[in-house]
Structures are given as C-alpha cells and as structure tokens.
Design a protein around this ligand. Structure first.
Ligand SMILES: Nc1ncnc2c1ncn2[C@@H]1O[C@H](COP(=O)(O)OP(=O)(O)OP(=O)(O)O)[C@@H](O)[C@H]1O
Length: 259
C-alpha cells in the first residue's frame, strides 16, 4: 500500500501539487484522472523518486520512502514505466528485456573475468524469463525485432514487460493508452488485468481514456489544481458535480460525462 500525505511540489513560485493526500490500496488498479495541468504527472514523479517533493510524505506498506531515488524504489518493487531510451532502440525486444534485471554478475569487469560460468548461467535464465514475458504479453513473435521499429502500442507492451523482468509489486503507468489503437489497447488492458489478478501487481495509472479506465480501474481518484478532488468508482466519479465542474471549460467535459 502506498500512502501519500499532504504532498507539496513547488517549481520556483509555482505550486504544481498542493497538499495532495491519497492511498493506493495493495492489489488495486487505481486510476488517476483530472484536467490538464492538475498535477498528476508531478505527483507520480514525486512518488516514483523522479522528483523530490517540497514537503509531505510517501510511505510504502508503512515504510517511509519519501525522496528515495528511482533505483532504491526499484529494489523495493516500485517502478514507473518509461519510454524505451533512445540508445536501446537499436537493440532487439528480447535484449531490451534482458537488460533490466539488477545485480547481474556481468556488471563489473572483475566479475566478467572471474565468474564467466555464473554469468553465462544468469544470461540463460534471463533469456528464458524474457521469452516467458513476451509470451505472457502475446508479443513473442516480436522477440528479434528492433525495439525502435515497434508501433507505439507495442512499445507500451514492451515497457510493461520490463516491469515483469524484476517482478514489480507496484507499477505506475503514465498514459499507457495514449495514441494506441483499440486492438492493442485491449491487449494492454488484458495484460494489466492478468498481472493484477494472477501475479498480484498493484497498479496506479494516469489515463485520459475514460473507457479504458472504466474497464480497469477501481477506485478512480480525480485531481484538480494540485489536490485530490474526489475518489470513488468510475460511476461515482462521473456523477460527482465537483469533478464535472473541474472538467468544465477544459474541453474535456464530454470525456468525463460521456457514456
Ligand atoms: N519542471 C517543471 N517546472 C515548472 N512547472 C512545471 C514543471 N513540471 C510541471 N509543471 C507545471 O505543473 C503543473 C502540473 O503539471 P503536470 O504535468 O503534473 O499535470 P498533469 O495533470 O499531469 O497534466 P496533463 O494531463 O496535461 O499531463 C502544470 O501547470 C505544469 O506546467
């Protein structure tokens, strides 16, 4: 469980997150919505160690994790997906997955010289795991493709696959559905649901696609002006007058009230 208490993030004189408090329940797929500029990504970055909050606390299962760096959170099983780095785009999909696990013996030159056999065994295990991940995500046919040649949606699946290489406990997804066609979006949605139900992953996802949220998320938290405005089921959120008001004038009202 992640608990955020009274989190504030200021950039110079501008307050992007203004005393946000929320809980991400263990085993949930929690949706984070809100109009543009509400502070969703900034809040994500504060939780995931990309930004150090100005004030406030973040705890994970009761342990203080405020301000920890991404690699420290990584070892605790808390991950935020990132776009495939430019320098990895010429590597194959399988190689991209194999690069993820931490503590590989091959990381230092000394180990490379002295522990060749162990490194070879780890590499084999790593490759097996990468192939299992690709099969789970139904993209095993893409294993030898260059990551840079994948479609936007396939890249999102690969980003999700990277979290599976280290058996993440809680994963933060930032607009995983943006610009992805319906078919692939369904595949991504299926993978998220299976990871949640079969492997116990907790997810927190920022999303603008209300259909995608309705299919996956409970609860849904709505942010506005740096704070948490409302929390509930998608039906409750869509009917909440404060939420509708927050979306008014942003051109997104129809998004939240449609259906
Ligand atoms: N590094 C930064 N420096 C200054 N202002 C920033 C910085 N990062 C974000 N902001 C501002 O903080 C506010 C919140 O931005 P944020 O990206 O968190 O919103 P969001 O809810 O994720 O929006 P969107 O849905 O459009 O992605 C915005 O007004 C943005 O311009």
């Amino acid at each position: 469980m992640i608990t955020v208490d009274n989190l504030v993030m200021r950039f110079g004189g501008f307050t992007a997150v203004n005393g946000a408090s929320l809980t991400i329940r263990e085993g949930s797929i929690t949706g984070l919505i809100g109009p543009n500029g509400a502070g969703k990504t900034t809040l994500f970055n504060c939780i995931a160690g990309v930004l150090k909050p100005t004030s406030g606390t973040v705890t994970m299962s009761g342990e203080a994790i405020t301000g920890l760096a991404p690699h420290q959170l990584f070892h605790k099983g808390l991950l935020r997906t990132f776009q495939i780095a430019h320098e990895f785009s010429s590597l194959s999909v399988r190689e991209n997955l194999m690069m993820v696990p931490a503590d590989q013996s091959g990381e230092t030159l000394w180990n490379t010289w002295t522990r060749r056999r162990r490194i070879a065994a780890e590499e084999r295990a790593n490759m097996k795991k990468a192939d299992e991940v690709l099969e789970f995500l139904t993209i095993d046919h893409l294993a030898d493709e260059k990551a840079g040649a994948l479609s936007g949606g396939q890249k999102k699946l690969l980003e999700l696959g990277r979290t599976m290489m280290v058996d993440a406990r809680i994963v933060f997804l930032d607009e995983v559905g943006a610009g992805v066609n319906r078919t692939l979006l369904n595949t991504i949605g299926d993978a998220i649901l299976r990871l949640n139900r079969e492997r116990g992953y907790t997810f927190c996802m920022i999303e603008h696609d209300m259909d995608f949220i309705a299919r996956l998320c409970d609860p849904v938290i709505c942010m506005a002006e740096g704070g948490v405005l409302a929390e509930g089921s998608i039906a409750e959120i869509k009917a909440d007058p404060q939420v509708i008001e927050a979306y008014l004038g942003t051109g997104l009202k129809n998004k939240v009230t449609a259906q």
